[in-house]
Design a protein around this ligand. Structure first.
Ligand SMILES: C[S@@+](CC[C@H](N)C(=O)[O-])C[C@H]1O[C@@H](n2cnc3c(N)ncnc32)[C@H](O)[C@@H]1O
Length: 247
């Protein structure tokens, strides 16, 4: 999937490219048992790497960070260089549906806010073969938190081309993928608002000054602003849930 270049102009300078929080990353990681000394970690759809850096603080095992947008990977490599972690954090530019890795080599696959790009079931099916037997996979994805979401919200998600499922439905998909569901963790509201939409809305306001008169750019800014407004209005109905799973 290729996005318009202006989209990256919005996101490249943001701290995160999707909702998330260091506390939630830590909590989900705490549910994964101690990794073996020779363990290898894969971070898929890493963006500019906030969760990669969080993982690097939680474990000293090597991490391979994958994204299909090289400038995000450059930011991670630059950070790793500045912090003496180049030997431990590797970046690979590849598509998440065609990952260039031998099967059965990772102890932990991590993916925050990115599996929706290929779909929850498709992501689990594509990534599971890369795990060692007994290895862990942790992904966050959109889930309904309340029954009967309003029609306006359903229509918005439909227009986005992705529909959340309930946590129970997603748990069923985990089981059908042949993985054991260890635990789920809900991303708190600040992971959406303070960490993601607040910086994004500030970036939108800045870009409107220089790009607001270009119709296709204004349309992107409008749709991102509408996304934040949808969350503000309907946040009790949906959110991100981390699924901690074992192969
Ligand atoms: C919503 S962002 C999440 C980024 C990061 N995990 C975070 O939470 O801040 C999704 C990421 O997936 C990347 N991406 C989009 N399509 C991809 C693909 N086909 N293969 C690999 N990465 C992809 C984007 O460049 C972006 O960095």
């Amino acid at each position: 999937m290729s996005l318009p270049p202006f989209f990256y102009q919005v996101f490249e300078s943001l701290p995160r490219q999707g909702p998330g929080s260091t506390e939630a990353t830590r909590k989900a990681f705490s549910l994964v048992p101690l990794l073996p000394n020779d363990a290898k970690i894969l971070d898929i759809g890493c963006g500019s790497g906030t969760q990669t850096r969080d993982l690097a603080a939680l474990t000293d095992r090597p991490i391979t960070a994958v994204d299909n947008h090289q400038p995000f990977l450059n930011a991670i490599a630059a950070w790793a260089g500045e912090h003496g972690k180049s030997g431990r954090i590797k970046t690979v530019c590849a598509s998440m549906d065609a990952l260039p890795f031998e099967p059965g080599q990772f102890d932990l696959i991590w993916s925050e806010g990115a599996i929706f790009i290929i779909g929850f079931e498709q992501g689990l099916a594509a990534w599971k073969p890369l795990l060692k037997k007994g290895g862990y996979m942790v992904v966050s994805d959109a889930a309904w938190f309340e029954q009967n979401p309003p029609d306006e919200l359903l229509q918005w998600w439909k227009a986005e081309g992705y529909t959340p499922a309930t946590e129970e439905e997603l748990a069923g998909r985990v089981k059908r993928a042949g993985l054991r569901l260890v635990a789920t963790v809900r991303l708190p509201e600040e992971g959406w608002w303070e960490n993601y939409y607040v910086p994004m809305l500030a970036r939108i306001a800045e870009l409107r000054k220089t790009h607001g008169t270009v119709p296709e750019h204004a349309a992107i800014l409008d749709s991102l602003e509408a996304e934040a407004e949808t969350y503000r209005k309907f946040k009790r109905y949906y959110g991100y849930t981390f699924f901690v799973m074992q192969n």
